[in-house]
Design a protein around this ligand. Structure first.
Ligand SMILES: [Zn+2]
Length: 380
């Protein structure tokens, strides 16, 4: 049994003062007041800090020179440990548009590694592509874009490891793809797409439920052609993923999205690439050269190529950009992604019966410790 206490516990629906968590076998088995009953028992006390649910990143390609497409256990472990240093306890390893063998290999590696990483838990794969629109491909390699092919995607979904897929729903064959994926527990997100408003709504009718880095990789909002942005902002079935690094979206647009969607439908992601955690310089994303300057990653065309953002920094950024409390900001990186993925009984909240996936955050909003299923995986 482990007991962890802090000044406050943000669940995040509530703030509990002067309370502690009692953890057994990686599960929160009780939440109690810090009173005499736990005195004398060994307690890990964070007196000046708050405990929040562990952060969840649904969209991360890499960090510290490691990338999901490296398709090796060491790369995934590097990412897992780096994420834990930033309060992340669960993530979806995110692929790039690539040849079939490379995607297959990335999926297989994730499957082999899922229960064997030292930091944040690897919760599955987010396939970003390869069924994307050419015009809005961003840093996705053009020569590997293709149309949905059941021969190709069925084995991916049958693997049980793919949890989320970003696609352009206007592409021929997308309807069948979405229907097949939904039956196999895959969630769909519109991204790198030039779909019309009606095409996105039709995809949502079939089960599409997220938008990938909203506003990026899609046409700008037009008042007569609302397109993907118009659909995402107005359809309550669709969660909006956002990159809150201050570069991908102007702070006013972040406020607009949160205003339209609410915090319970806005998901903070990083879209981080291998340069995350490293200095400015030359890097690689899916075989394309990336130049990072002042922390901003771009390919030679000038197109943004993912980010170097960490999820704890995204939480601090939205607090500033949208004048939010830590409780509100953290919900968009914990409970909201968990509910979006259907994971809420196990994670995303601090509740009895849930996994003891926890971030400990000090008075300056910095992560000082991280627990994954009750195990301390990072301590500053
Ligand atoms: Zn993207």
């Amino acid at each position: 049994m482990t007991i962890i206490s802090a000044r406050q516990i943000i669940t995040p629906q509530e703030i509990l003062n002067d309370s502690c968590l009692i953890i057994e076998d990686g599960i929160i088995c009780a939440i109690e007041k810090n009173n005499g009953s736990i005195k004398g028992k060994e307690c890990i006390a964070f007196d000046d800090a708050v405990i929040t649910p562990g952060l969840i990143d649904l969209h991360i390609h890499g960090s510290l020179y490691a990338d999901t497409m490296d398709a090796n256990a060491q790369a995934l472990n590097t990412m897992s440990k780096f994420l834990a240093e930033h309060g992340v306890t669960g993530f979806l390893a995110t692929t790039m548009t690539a040849d079939p063998a490379s995607i297959r290999s990335a999926i297989n590696t994730v499957k082999e590694c899922m229960d064997h990483l030292e930091g944040a838990a690897l919760l599955g794969v987010h396939l970003e592509g390869p069924y994307l629109d050419e015009k809005y491909r961003g840093a996705q390699p053009r020569d590997r874009l293709r149309l949905p092919d059941p021969e190709e995607y069925r084995p991916w979904f049958d693997s049980g490891v793919v949890k989320l897929m970003t696609l352009a729903p206007e592409l021929e064959g997308s309807d069948k793809l979405i229907s097949y994926g939904i039956k196999n527990g895959v969630q769909f997100s519109v991204g790198h797409s030039s779909a019309s408003y009606d095409q996105v709504i039709r995809a949502a009718d079939l089960g599409l439920s997220q938008a990938t880095h909203t506003f990026n990789g899609m046409p700008a909002l037009h008042h007569r052609e609302p397109g993907p942005v118009g659909a995402v902002l107005t359809d309550p079935r669709i969660y909006a993923q956002i990159i809150a690094d201050g570069v991908h979206l102007h702070p006013a647009i972040i406020r607009l999205i949160i205003h339209a969607k609410g915090m319970e439908k806005t998901i903070l992601i990083t879209d981080a690439i291998e340069a995350a955690g490293l200095a400015d310089g030359e890097y690689n994303l899916g075989g394309t050269a990336v130049h990072v300057q002042d922390g901003v990653a771009r390919i030679s065309s000038g197109s943004l190529a993912g980010s170097t953002l960490t999820l704890d920094q995204a939480v601090r950024n939205v607090m500033k950009f949208a004048d939010l409390s830590l409780q509100d900001a953290v919900s968009m990186a914990t409970s909201t992604p968990a509910v979006a993925m259907g994971w809420q009984t196990a994670r995303g909240f601090i509740r009895v019966g849930g996994d003891a996936d926890l971030a400990v955050i000090d008075a300056r909003d910095q992560v000082i410790a991280t627990f994954v299923r009750g195990k301390l995986v990072f301590r500053k």
